[in-house]
Design a protein around this ligand. Structure first.
Ligand code: HQG
Length: 189
């Protein structure tokens, strides 16, 4: 499989496991898992990935710059990003004191009023470092605003945090009083 196909495969697997399992005749369990064999036969049948093997999937996961999927005990799941109607159960975990979120100037105004909300996904997505948050925000705008989340204050407010992968943390929502703008970063531009 060439590089372009690995990227195409990663996008398709994300689409199937995060947003549209039914389109692929798949059913996610409570934690978002499906049997690897089922995903492969569905991708073959529904999307004509005719020669797809489990080792292609494993290679796709290991080559990807972001750890979006994992395979454990013959099952595969997306680690974050879900928008399916039934909320995936994630394990609560203790994040570092600060997490970051990159967003657009328009959304920033709303966020400072309503807090961070999951919008079209099941969870709010947060980054462990400022550079990653900047990349996430840059998907939406040329002038991202980087927000810092005081997770200790948020936990005192009852916010639960969940582990996505080594860079990505999830939360149900974050009140605006626990959010501030990373000024140094935004002034550098
Ligand atoms: C904004 C990618 C108005 C929020 C990335 C964001 C990430 C609000 C947008 C992952 C709001 C949702 C997720 C409020 C939040 N009012 N706007 N109250 N609260 N927003 O794409 O975090 O490459 O669903 O700021 O790397 O940008 O796909 O979330 O701009 O980890 O693996 O609503 O997706 O990963 O946008 O990105 P998204 P996100 P992958």
């Amino acid at each position: 499989m060439n590089e372009d196909n690995f990227e195409k495969l990663s996008k398709e697997v994300s689409y199937a496991l995060r947003h549209a399992p039914r389109e692929y005749k798949l059913e996610l369990d409570k934690e978002g898992w499906v049997p690897v064999k089922q995903l492969i036969s569905s991708l073959k049948e529904v999307r004509h990935w005719d020669s797809l093997t489990e080792s292609d999937l494993r290679e796709m996961i290991s080559k990807s710059q972001k750890k979006r999927h994992e395979i454990v005990n013959n099952k595969i799941r997306a680690l974050y990003g879900h928008s399916t109607p039934t909320k995936i159960t994630k394990e609560e975990a203790c994040p570092p004191k600060y997490l970051y979120h990159g967003t657009s100037p328009e959304s920033y105004k709303e966020i400072m009023v309503k807090g961070l909300l999951p919008m079209n996904r099941q969870y709010v997505h947060l980054s462990e470092d400022i550079n990653t948050a900047n990349l996430v925000g840059s998907r939406k705008t040329d002038t991202p605003i980087i927000l810092s989340i005081d997770t200790y204050a948020a936990r005192e407010e009852g916010v639960k945090f969940y582990h996505g992968n080594d860079q990505v943390w999830l939360a149900d929502s974050v009140p605006s009083k626990c959010i501030s703008v990373v000024d140094e970063f935004n002034q550098e531009k």
